[in-house]
Design a protein around this ligand. Structure first.
Ligand code: COI
Length: 357
């Protein structure tokens, strides 16, 4: 039982245009957690395997058995997507939410969990945005970050799939992910710790991929770096991704990004950027990207839902600092503008990537 549940399913009649945000400084959002009004909850037993109708509840703490699968054995997945405010009758826009739904389904299969259908997922996301619409930042100030979770919420003692699952979505207004804002970031290559291994879960968005990177991340931050770049665990030679985003390099006008071979998260921003670069006539290679390729690159950038497109000005590897082009005229800047213009409804969406609410 969820302590704060409130049957508050939003019907279209409740879609008033009341959307004055809270008492927030929209110009300095960052990526901190601002609690919003509602969350969406839907449950399913392992036996049923099918999620029933979900509902909106007041945002608040949740109650779990101490033996819930997620807190004992890490049986959980998360997703991340954003809603932007736009003008016109349909006032909010999502970016490729079906992709998040499908990625969750794929991850759920890996983690032995039932998952919501694509339709259920997208419906729940829309409901969550509408219920929290006063928290969608003004245009060009940020976005409402939507965090769907799928967790083994039922109690289990021996190692086995939990008997019950909860799909939950909460949301928070966000601005830039890194403290650098839109300024270029500085990465350090980690060669002692690894994020993923062949046969592991690096390619799905399980919660268990994230806490293990904290140690390297904290150490990097204490030395003034923005984030950590991980190498493959077998050869310690091929780049995988940063703690929170995918990686791209550009050399001689050719774009390359590590292929999603199971150890790398198949980012939705990654996939979109590949397409946008190809549309502009660039050759984009999904392949092994070695540390030498990185060092020899002209430009380096990271992509992710939270990060969007972040230019990288330096990468430090074994104590050596390597510099890359950033700023005016770079491809990362062009791609950042192309992507965010579609996401915010400032450019025509010829690809059908956006979903209006
Ligand atoms: C996202 O980009 O949405 C993510 O899930 C990364 C997370 C570490 C903030």
């Amino acid at each position: 039982r969820w302590r704060s549940s409130l049957p508050a399913q939003l019907e279209s009649a409740d879609r008033s245009d009341e959307d004055s945000g809270g008492d927030i400084d929209w110009d300095n959002l960052g990526f901190g957690l601002t609690p919003t009004d509602y969350m969406y909850v839907m449950r399913c037993s392992l036996e049923d395997g099918v999620f029933s109708r979900g509902e909106l509840c007041r945002y608040g703490n949740i109650e779990l058995s101490p033996s819930a699968g997620v807190i004992n054995y890490g049986q959980g997945l998360f997703e991340g997507l954003k809603a932007y405010r736009r003008s016109g009758r349909q006032r909010y826009m999502l970016f490729r939410p079906e992709e998040n739904a499908r990625r969750m389904q794929h991850g759920a299969e890996r983690m032995c969990m039932p998952s919501p259908s694509v339709e259920q997922f997208v419906h729940a996301v829309k409901q969550t945005v509408l219920a929290n619409r006063r928290w969608v930042p003004p245009r060009e100030k940020g976005a409402l970050y939507i965090r769907p979770l799928l967790i083994g919420s039922g109690p289990i003692l021996g190692l086995a799939p939990a008997p019950e699952y909860t799909f939950l979505i909460y949301a928070a207004p966000v601005g830039n992910y890194f403290k650098e804002g839109l300024a270029p970031i500085n990465l350090v290559v980690e060669d002692a710790f690894h994020r993923a291994m062949p046969g592991g879960t690096g390619g799905v968005k399980t919660i268990t991929n994230y806490a293990p990177v904290l140690k390297a991340q904290m150490e990097a931050k204490s030395k003034g770096f923005t984030d950590v770049l991980y190498l493959d665990a077998v050869h310690k030679r091929y780049l995988e991704e940063a703690s929170s985003c995918n990686l791209f390099i550009i050399k001689g006008g050719v774009v390359a990004t590590p292929a999603t071979v199971g150890t790398i998260l198949p980012g939705i921003t990654r996939k979109s950027i590949i397409e946008l670069a190809r549309d502009r006539g660039y050759q984009v290679e999904e392949r092994l990207v070695s540390i030498d390729d990185l060092i020899g690159a002209d430009e380096v950038f990271c992509t992710g839902t939270a990060v969007v497109v972040a230019p990288v000005s330096t990468v430090t590897y074994q104590g050596q600092r390597h510099e890359f082009r950033t700023g005016q005229g770079t491809l990362s800047q062009t791609l950042h503008t192309a992507l965010t213009s579609i996401q915010m409804g400032l450019a025509e969406d010829k690809k059908g990537w956006t979903v209006a609410i």
